[in-house]
Design a binder for this molecule. Structure first.
Ligand code: CAA
Length: 259
């Protein structure tokens, strides 16, 4: 039974900020936290005042993974029937608005996987990434074996997943896992700034761009290029497209109507 909300939400301008809030368990993902996280993401996705979302934790931990105490109780059937990590994976993929992960401290196991579900990752210099499941007698179960290889390549992904070793933020940046690193105290602020910049653009165009980039992981090049062309052509039907081109030619800032 959680006495405190397991996530906290606040808004800065057009940005929704979700903070994981189980500090005593290093923000481990239990069923309640995942439910509350998904409800907050869906609520921001439906809110037309919000253009982008930042997900973060605290200085010690973004998230230390699936809740080991909760998972210890599960056998095969229990794990199969209550796979809330799969629910998390499936639901985050369906969020239209960009999600920036602002990572300080530990991002391990399901925490590293949650980070990789985000669209852009910013990390503090003290952040530590890893898929240590092998040390627990299991394997990554929320996308780690699939997303880590796409992010950092097979050899490094195998090195981490098969040994359980961790990666500090400098290596994570050099490997392409995170976009930028900052001093820890700056991570969230810089993520919010970037989210505000994204939220300042046309919302339907931002959603199209996100969808097209994400499809690159699902489709071969031929189908991916076709999909991109279709979305690109669709953007010509938007009032924001007309406005963006006109504003450029008139040497002024565009006034987006998000239509
Ligand atoms: N689940 C539940 N509780 C956790 C937890 C987790 N994943 N990680 C940490 N905690 C709890 C600890 O049990 C401890 O609680 P108590 O005070 O009640 O004992 C509290 O958080 C603080 O943790 P530590 O005392 O261990 O803190 P530390 O600074 O010494 O170590 C750490 C930090 C290295 C992150 C260490 O806590 C750790 O190794 N955690 C487990 C990381 C892990 O193995 N994650 C993978 C989980 S499985 C998974 O995620 C599967 C998947 O793919 C979806």
């Amino acid at each position: 039974m959680e006495l405190e909300p397991t996530i906290l939400t606040r808004e800065e301008g057009n940005v929704g900020i979700i903070t994981l809030n189980r500090p005593k368990a290093l923000n481990a993902l239990n069923a309640i936290l995942i439910d509350e996280l998904l409800a907050a993401l869906r609520s921001y996705d439906r809110n037309s005042d919000i253009g982008a979302v930042v997900v973060t934790g605290n200085n010690k931990a973004f998230c230390a993974g699936a809740d080991i105490k909760e998972q210890r109780e599960l056998d095969f059937v229990g794990a199969y029937n209550t796979d809330y990590l799969k629910d998390l994976n499936d639901a985050i993929v369906a969020i239209h608005k960009p999600i920036i992960g602002a990572i300080n401290g530990y991002a391990l196991g399901g925490g590293c996987e949650l980070a990789m579900m985000c669209d852009i990752l910013y990390a503090g210099r003290g952040a530590v990434f890893g898929q240590p499941e092998i040390k627990l007698g299991t394997i990554p179960g929320a996308g780690g074996t699939q997303r880590l290889i796409r992010a950092i390549g097979k050899s490094k992904a195998m090195d981490m997943i098969l040994t359980g070793r961790t990666m500090k933020s400098a290596e994570a940046e050099a490997s392409g896992l995170v976009a930028k690193i900052f001093d820890d105290e700056e991570t969230v602020t810089r993520a919010i700034e970037t989210a505000q910049k994204i939220a300042s653009f046309s919302a339907p165009v931002v959603a199209m761009a996100k969808e097209a980039v994400n499809e690159a992981e699902e489709l071969g090049l031929k189908n991916g290029l076709h999909f991109e062309s279709r979305l690109y052509h669709s953007s010509f039907g938007l009032a924001d497209h007309v406005e963006g081109f006109e504003a450029f030619l008139q040497k002024r800032e565009p006034r987006w109507t998000h239509k």
